[in-house]
Design a binder for this molecule. Structure first.
Ligand code: HEC
Length: 102
């Protein structure tokens, strides 16, 4: 009985911790500078999705300072963030979900 209770508890903790979404990562780290489809301080996600691959997007978030020249910028003012692999994966899929949406 105790083992089952522990298993159930573990299972619900797993379910709960799995609710990290792209929207949450966006609202926590990007919203002040990027909007989904409108130009803000940084370019809209729809424009990024139309021009970049997932690998490029992850590389940029990981290190704007080493990527900005390759992306055609003269300088970078984007914050150096420290997202973990899961957050990176989720936020780049979220950006790509705006492909073709103006
Ligand atoms: C302090 C403001 C700021 C924050 C916070 C920020 N960005 Fe940016 N971002 C910019 C600006 C401005 C640019 C344009 C180039 C530059 O300055 O680096 C940019 C560029 C980018 C690019 C490359 C755009 C291209 O040309 O394709 C990506 C991808 C990107 N940001 C993703 C994100 C994501 C995802 C987050 C949140 C996890 C985020 N940024 C947080 C300001 C910001």
């Amino acid at each position: 009985m105790n083992k089952i209770a522990i298993l159930l508890l573990l299972f619900s903790v797993l379910l709960f911790s799995d609710t990290l979404t792209g929207k949450k990562v966006f609202e926590t780290y990007c919203w002040g500078c990027h909007h989904q489809t409108a130009m803000a301080f940084g370019p809209p996600f729809s424009q990024i999705a139309d021009t970049r691959t997932k690998a490029e997007i992850e590389a940029y978030i990981n290190s704007p300072k080493s990527m900005y020249k390759a992306f055609g910028y003269k300088r970078t003012v984007m914050t150096q963030l420290h997202l973990n692999a899961k957050e990176l994966d989720i936020i780049s899929d979220y950006i790509l979900s705006y492909k073709g949406k103006q």
